[in-house]
Every structure is written in structure tokens, then in C-alpha cells.
Design a protein around this ligand. Structure first.
Ligand code: NDP
Ligand code: MG
Length: 385
């Protein structure tokens, strides 16, 4: 790589964000050009002092004011609000935008980056679940490259890169096989899930991640969202996407081709690989960290249990219905998980709330951005009561 690449990290204070900064620290050739956060200005200040970005964007207006005072002695310019995040995401000098904001809040900044034709390292899967048609169409129009950071989708992207001839895409791929760790409740019965506590849901066996995605991993909603994410990223129909529970999280996902060849990407569970790959693609750079030792544990694969993990079934249902139904699924899940984390509803209420919202929703076939945002807001408001 001959030229320094300017990286914008949306959600720099989160799990994806901090690991993206570690990649920048460990690799030459990348610069933290701009960082965004929502509320954690203490960590953001430390990051600013360590990485000296040109811009920092804080979506919470009050916190932005506080940060401005704290870092008055530095050269970093502080922007505020969603507009600030959109501004750094679409800045003319930005090369790659890592979207590490959690939830629907990532939609507008991601779209701003796509509209500006940036390379996206996409972690914020909720954006594709809720507005994938709009985002992918815009990316096609502007030439914005969307490189997945989600480990499964990065694995699929890497497996697809094995094809030299990029034509016949639709007929050559016969199936995408997403692997799932199964989360902390694998093997449990419906009854055993009744009294799950927040601490139990936050105890993921293989990955250390933000709270929302950790709960989604426990309920298998994460895998449901990932099916919808894969549908958008790789433009494959729902019936070509399947899920296998793979407890060891070594095989990160696979593609089965028309000639029955299955190509997979394997590695130790470490998000820094997909983050780095999104920055360096199509090149690969050496990386610190554990090499995979396949002699250490057997690899196992099981079918998921959608009767117990109803969130997975609901996500598949929403994907088959299409239109605005995936927006409702995503919005209701986000609102319900937040209530669960705040101790306001029980674990099994998450799925009940999502189901109720889906059952009462009048589907819009091709919702516009304003309609998507309005549906999200309505669902949020209803569930918060
Ligand atoms: P975290 O909760 O660790 O971090 C979330 C980030 O988003 C923080 O920087 C937070 O800012 C910011 N944020 C929160 N609310 C808002 C808001 N309203 N507006 C703007 N920014 C906001 O999440 P993760 O890093 O775990 O996940 C981020 C995304 O990446 C999710 O979509 C997740 O599904 C996806 N992902 C994550 C993986 C992982 O390993 N963590 C793996 C695969 C995908 P602050 O802290 O300052 O409030
Ligand atoms: Mg994943």
C-alpha cells in the first residue's frame, strides 16, 4: 500500500470501534481521520489524544459541547448531532468508513457515506436489515464498495472472492451457509428460557461484543438479522440462505456452489481480521494474534432449533414477507432488547413484542426512507409505553 488511507470510524467507542483503532495502531498505512461517538466522551477524549483525528463527531448535542471544552488544547474539530456524523462519513478526504454504530442510529450516517461513494466496512447490520434495498441501490449508483465486517459475511465475501469469473453469479451460488455459535442458551428448552436474567443473556461463550448484539446472539435474532443482511449484501433469495450451529466459531461461514464445492473461511474468533480485511481488501496484511490450530478441538455442526429460538423464525418470516416487515422486525427487536437490558421486560417478552408488532403491521412493499424512519419511530413509541 503506497498511500496513507483515511479511516472514519462511526461508533469509535464501541466494541467494533475500539478494535478498528487497534487495527490502525498495529498497521502502517491507515490514519484515524475522524471518530464518532454518542455519549462516551471520556473514552472518545482518550482516543482523540492517542490518535489525533482531524474530526470528532458526537451525536448527543450536550456531550458534544462538553467534549469541545475538554479537548480545546488539541487540533481536533468537534462536530455534533446526526449531521456531524453524516459530515465525517461523507467527507471528501475520507477513504473508508467503518460503520460501528449499533442499531438504526447508524442508518443516516451509513447512507451519507454510501451517497458519497466511500468504501464501507459494514458492521452496522441493522441498516441493511431495515433499509437494505435503498442502501444497496444507492451503492450501485455511486460505486460505493460495501465490504462486510460482520464475521460471517466477511467469510462469505472471502469465499466468493475465490471465483475468478465474476459472471453467472446467480446460477453459480447454490447456497450460503451462515454459521452460528448458538449462544449461551444452545440446547435449552422453551421452558428453561422463561426466567433468563440480563447477566445470563450477556454471557456469550465465544465473542466479546456490545450489549445489544450479545442479547441478539443469545436469542438467535442476530442470526436472523444476518440472514437478512446476507440477502442484501449478496443479492440472494431467502431460500438460498441456511444456518448451521457451529459451537466452536472457527468456520465463519461457507458458500456452496452449483458444482457442490463448498468454500469456507476459517480462523480463530477475532473481529480484527474482518475489520482489517475491509480496510486492506483486496490485499492481505500480516496480523498479530493466534493462528488457527485445527488439532485442538473437533468441529461440530447442528441444525438450529427455530421452535425454541422463535426470533430466528420471525426473522425468516419477515424476510419472506419483505417490504417494510423487516423494518418492523428490526425496530421492535431493538426497542424490546433495550427494555430488557433496562430490566423493564423479561427475556421472553422480547419475542412476544416483536411478534405482536409484526402481526399488526400493514406491509408497504417498497418503503421510502421517510416511511422506514416513521415505522421505526412508531414501533419504538408503542413498545416504550
Ligand atoms: P457497542 O454497543 O459496543 O458500540 C456501539 C457504538 O455505537 C458506540 O460507539 C456508541 O457510542 C454508538 N452509539 C450508540 N447509540 C448511538 C446513537 N444513538 N447514535 C450514534 N451512535 C450511537 O456495539 P458493537 O460495537 O458491539 O456493535 C456495533 C455494530 O456492529 C452493531 O450493529 C453490531 O450488530 C455490529 N457487529 C458487532 C460485532 C462485535 O463483535 N461487536 C460483530 C458483528 C457485527 P457511545 O458508546 O459513545 O454511546
Ligand atoms: Mg456475525
Amino acid at each position: 500500500m503506497n498511500q496513507m488511507k483515511n479511516i472514519v470510524i462511526l461508533g469509535a467507542t464501541g466494541s467494533i470501534g475500539t478494535q478498528s483503532l487497534e487495527v490502525i495502531e498495529e498497521q502502517k498505512g491507515f490514519r484515524a481521520f475522524a471518530l464518532s461517538a454518542h455519549s462516551n466522551i471520556e473514552l472518545l477524549e482518550a482516543q482523540i489524544r492517542a490518535f489525533r483525528p482531524v474530526y470528532a463527531a458526537v451525536t448527543d448535542e450536550e456531550k458534544a459541547k462538553e467534549l469541545k471544552i475538554k479537548i480545546a488544547d488539541t487540533d481536533t474539530k468537534v462536530l455534533s448531532g446526526v449531521e456531524g456524523a453524516c459530515e465525517i462519513a461523507s467527507h471528501p478526504e475520507a477513504d473508508t468508513v467503518i460503520t460501528g454504530i449499533v442499531g438504526i442510529a447508524g442508518l443516516r450516517p451509513t447512507l451519507a457515506a454510501v451517497e458519497a461513494g466511500k468504501r464501507i466496512g459494514l458492521a452496522n447490520k441493522e441498516t441493511l436489515v431495515t433499509a437494505g434495498d435503498i442502501v444497496m441501490a444507492k451503492a450501485k449508483e455511486t460505486g460505493s464498495e460495501i465490504i462486510p465486517v460482520d464475521s460471517e459475511h466477511s467469510a462469505i465475501f472471502q469465499s466468493l472472492a475465490a471465483r475468478v469469473n465474476k459472471e453467472n453469479y446467480e446460477t453459480e451460488i447454490s447456497r450460503i451457509i451462515l454459521t452460528a455459535s448458538g449462544g449461551p442458551f444452545f440446547g435449552k428448552t422453551k421452558e428453561e428460557l422463561e426466567n433468563i436474567t440480563v447477566a445470563e443473556a450477556l454471557n456469550h461463550p465465544n465473542w466479546s461484543m456490545g450489549a445489544k448484539i450479545t442479547v441478539d446472539s443469545a436469542s438467535l435474532m442476530n442470526k436472523g438479522l444476518e440472514i437478512l443482511e446476507a440477502k442484501q449484501l449478496f443479492s440472494v433469495p431467502m431460500d438460498k440462505i441456511s444456518v448451521l450451529v457451529h459451537r466452536q466459531s472457527i468456520v465463519h461461514s461457507m458458500v456452496e456452489f452449483a458444482d457442490n464445492a463448498v468454500i469456507a473461511q476459517l480462523g480463530t474468533p477475532d473481529m480484527k481480521l474482518p475489520i482489517q480485511y475491509a480496510m486492506t481488501y483486496p490485499e492481505r496484511l500480516p496480523m498479530e494474534g493466534n493462528k488457527l490450530d485445527l488439532t485442538q478441538k473437533p468441529l461440530t455442526f447442528d441444525l438450529p432449533d427455530p421452535d425454541t429460538f422463535r426470533c430466528l423464525a420471525l426473522a425468516i418470516e419477515a424476510g419472506n414477507t419483505g417490504g417494510s416487515m423487516t423494518t418492523v422486525l428490526n425496530g421492535a427487536n431493538e426497542a424490546a432488547v433495550s427494555l430488557f437490558l433496562d430490566g423493564k421486560i423479561g427475556y421472553t417478552d422480547i419475542v412476544k413484542n416483536i411478534r405482536r408488532e409484526m402481526e399488526t403491521h400493514q406491509v408497504i412493499a417498497n418503503p421510502a426512507l421517510e416511511e422506514i424512519l416513521a415505522i421505526e419511530a412508531e414501533v419504538y413509541k408503542r413498545l416504550a409505553k
